[in-house]
Design a protein around this ligand. Structure first.
Ligand SMILES: *[C@@H]1O[C@H](CO)[C@@H](O)[C@H](O)[C@H]1NC(C)=O
Ligand SMILES: *[C@@H]1O[C@H](CO)[C@@H](O)[C@H](O)[C@H]1NC(C)=O
Ligand SMILES: *[C@@H]1O[C@H](CO)[C@@H](O)[C@H](O)[C@H]1NC(C)=O
Ligand SMILES: *[C@@H]1O[C@H](CO)[C@@H](O)[C@H](O)[C@H]1NC(C)=O
Ligand SMILES: *[C@@H]1O[C@H](CO)[C@@H](O)[C@H](O)[C@H]1NC(C)=O
Length: 363
């Protein structure tokens, strides 16, 4: 609705943005995952605006969000620890993760009834405040039915209302709400997300734009695991972003682009045939960037796909190195996305990728 010309209202905009949208700067994000050996104190938080602490759990019986006792000490000190190097970094408690179908079923059940949604929402807010997080990140992998889709909408509307209410009654700045979502139909069907409702109720949405190679080509040929573009017409980061925008209906400015700090390893059929889409005899799963760098092989950059790869003997790795990360972050900036995030920071090698990403985005 046009309430006045933009000329007469331009001077109000900064106030409005400050009041309603504390997250509106941009995001240089990174997930810290409790299953890695990287100490929270060793995260170079100066390279990030937002750090996600992963993962809090969803109790199957109560639908409460909980923190495992083995995580309690590191999670409760997460914010103060990362803020020691960067006082302005924001922290979010990430709930869920890649726990497979059993965990997905817990989210489905929780979201299906008002009482269990309330248990989730109330306990999440209480946990965030008790542990000094600035926000909460929903990592439901993945809503996968029409019922999930509509229950997800109920959940996030009620969550946003509760967070707003809590901010009013506590006088504290509203908790941030974000979600990590399938980055492409290759990962999980995007039709089970309601984009406009997500855009209205989340501060931003993390697109997990990785693991994009077709499973039927794995392990028989080497693949770019998370190409920005795919000249062969298959899944790519760009295609995921555009589907989220044009089909799911989320503004580009609400999206953070996922950067994998890991790649995948293959065994080549023939060590002399070692490019993209070379014949392979075996797919050997995910390998962290740091571990790929420790192999000591020379990285090759392919700018048509925007991917790196390297090989030593018959060991072949497809991954993102400094060139791919730089090109992807430049794309995110050029498309006016909200920013980017890394899964996950322990995979980095002397902060090379985090630094490249931060520099490519700029101040
Ligand atoms: C990581 O968190 C999970 C709960 O989400 C917990 O079961 C596990 O013990 C934790 N791992 C470590 C190494 O602390
Ligand atoms: C952390 O990042 C900053 C900014 O790039 C850099 O100056 C500093 O050396 C890094 N610290 C470590 C321990 O890597
Ligand atoms: C679930 O969380 C609520 C706080 O939101 C708390 O009052 C309740 O005791 C918790 N239930 C259990 C079984 O821990
Ligand atoms: C796509 O993103 C643009 C830029 O943020 C936005 O104006 C447009 O409404 C989005 N498209 C849809 C269908 O939401
Ligand atoms: C990227 O790889 C494809 C497939 O091997 C090849 O056709 C293309 O020439 C490469 N592009 C660049 C810029 O290296």
């Amino acid at each position: 609705m046009a309430i006045a010309s933009s000329k007469t209202l331009w001077f109000l905009i900064p106030t409005v943005l400050l009041h309603f949208s504390p997250a509106k700067a941009a995001i240089k994000g990174g997930y810290w995952y409790n299953g890695t050996s990287l100490a929270v104190a060793d995260i170079n938080s100066t390279l990030f605006t937002h750090l996600f602490c992963a993962f809090a759990d969803l109790d199957a019986t109560t639908s409460n969000v909980t923190i495992a006792s083995s995580n309690a000490a590191r999670f409760s000190t997460f914010t103060q620890t990362v803020q020691a190097k960067n006082p302005s970094v924001k922290t979010l408690l990430s709930i869920g993760g890649g726990g497979g179908s059993a965990l997905a079923a817990r989210f489905s059940n929780m979201a299906s009834q008002a009482a269990t949604r309330k248990a989730f929402i109330d306990s999440s807010i209480r946990l965030a405040r008790a542990n000094n997080f600035h926000g909460l990140d929903l990592d439901w992998e993945y809503p996968s039915s029409d019922a999930d889709k509509s229950n997800f909408v109920s959940l996030i509307k009620e969550w946003r209302a509760a967070v707003t209410q809590e901010s009013r009654s506590s006088g504290k700045q509203s908790l941030l709400l974000s979600a990590a979502v399938a980055g492409s139909d290759q990962i999980s069907p995007l039709q089970y997300y309601s984009g406009p409702d997500m855009a209205n109720n989340f501060d931003f949405i993390n697109l997990m734009t990785y693991d994009l190679f077709p499973s039927d080509a794995y392990p028989t040929s080497t693949q770019p695991p998370a190409p920005l573009y795919n000249p062969r017409g298959l899944f790519s980061v760009d295609q995921g972003v555009m589907t989220w925008n044009k089909t799911v209906g989320v503004p580009l400015g609400k999206m953070a682009l996922g950067l994998p700090f890991y790649g995948y390893k293959w065994t080549l059929a023939n060590s002399n045939s070692n490019g993209l889409f070379a014949a392979a005899s075996q797919g050997l799963g995910a390998v962290g960037y740091r571990d790929i760098k420790s192999v000591g092989a020379t990285p090759v950059y392919n700018s048509s796909f925007v991917t790196n790869y390297c090989s030593k003997g018959t060991d072949w790795y497809g991954y993102d190195d400094v060139q791919s990360v730089t090109a992807k972050v430049s794309y995110a900036k050029g498309q006016l996305l909200f920013g980017y995030f890394a899964w996950q920071v322990a995979g980095d090698n002397n902060w090379a990728l985090s630094t490249a990403a931060s520099q490519a985005w700029g101040a």
